[in-house]
Design a protein around this ligand. Sequence first.
Ligand code: NAD
Ligand code: LMR
Length: 342
Amino acid sequence: SALRASFATKAQKESRNQHQLQPQASYKVAVLGAAGGIGQPLALLIKMSPLVSDLHLYDIANVKGVAADISHCNTPSQVRDFTGASELGDCLKGVNVVVIPAGVPRKPGTTRDDLFNINAGIVRDLVSAVADNCPGAFIHIISNPVNSTVPIAAEILKQKGVYDPKKLFGVTTLDVVRANTFVAQRKNLKLIDVDVPVVGGHAGITILPLLSKTRPSASFTDEEIEELTVRIQNAGTEVVEAKAGAGSATLSMAYAAARFVESSLRALDGDGDVYECAYVQSDLTELPFFASRVKLGKKGVEALIPSDLQGLTEYEQKALEALKPELKSSIERGVAFAQKQT
Ligand code: NAD
Ligand code: LMR
């Protein structure tokens, strides 16, 4: 509805304003990696938010044109461009939400883990600048492998003495978006109503859709559960293969990331009813990071939602146990990388 509001014509807005107050645009959002495949459509979708007053677009190249282009949309936010490390500090000052889609994407035949060597250093450097310039911001990490880049970010923030676990998020919204789409299609449900929690992490078998917790409740045959779970787990690869070397999901990812930004802004704005799945520091399992539904508030994660992990089916319980070793080693790889930097 917030996005719909920004498409309204002046006449529509004026007639509506006779009945209600104009939403206030007051939050600053930065996108790091804004000239990329995700960054560009994500910046456009954030430009449509009535809650955003300033949109800061940062990349190492090609961001001037993206910012000039997007800035012509007649929505409230002021758009500014920042290029290269010397302008990163200015980009981040006073920002409330930082979204990080910077880094290389997959090609067919590779895993998200194969991106570690390049993306780990990119996330380290960007998060270090966030720590120096806007340590109180919500940080949304999109760069893969998310299972490792979030622990890297946490370690860097700890080294800088500004780690707030409630404000660091690995963005797993796309897994939920996919699960909702595929389940609605398979079960012929009204898409707008369907909500499937997806827990664990964001790679292969660490992505665990909890189909038994689908709302509104739906029943699945064993074959449907297997087919849907595998499709949701491999959906990123489905896109990588379809793009045949031209990258991974960008448009659906931008849509999902924009939803997570909008949810964060609503939470910052005092909405007391904001829930999203995200990969965060967690005590729901023995692993230090775990994706689950979380309640978002003004200070970030207000609560984890443990009930999703209770009363799992045998299939889900087995899948949960099976994902833990892989997720654990991805977390450890990230932590080891960050600790080597000191
Ligand atoms: P892309 O190559 O199209 O864009 C990446 C952008 O990052 C480029 O514009 C590049 O210049 C920029 N960049 C590189 N180094 C940088 C640095 N040091 N500082 C700032 N910007 C820098 O890639 P993409 O398709 O947009 O994907 C980006 C990342 O998102 C990849 O790692 C991909 O695997 C990941 N991804 C995650 C999810 C998810 O669900 N979390 C979904 C899709 C993609
Ligand atoms: C996705 O899930 O689409 C992303 O993580 C990109 C990828 O490499 O699959």
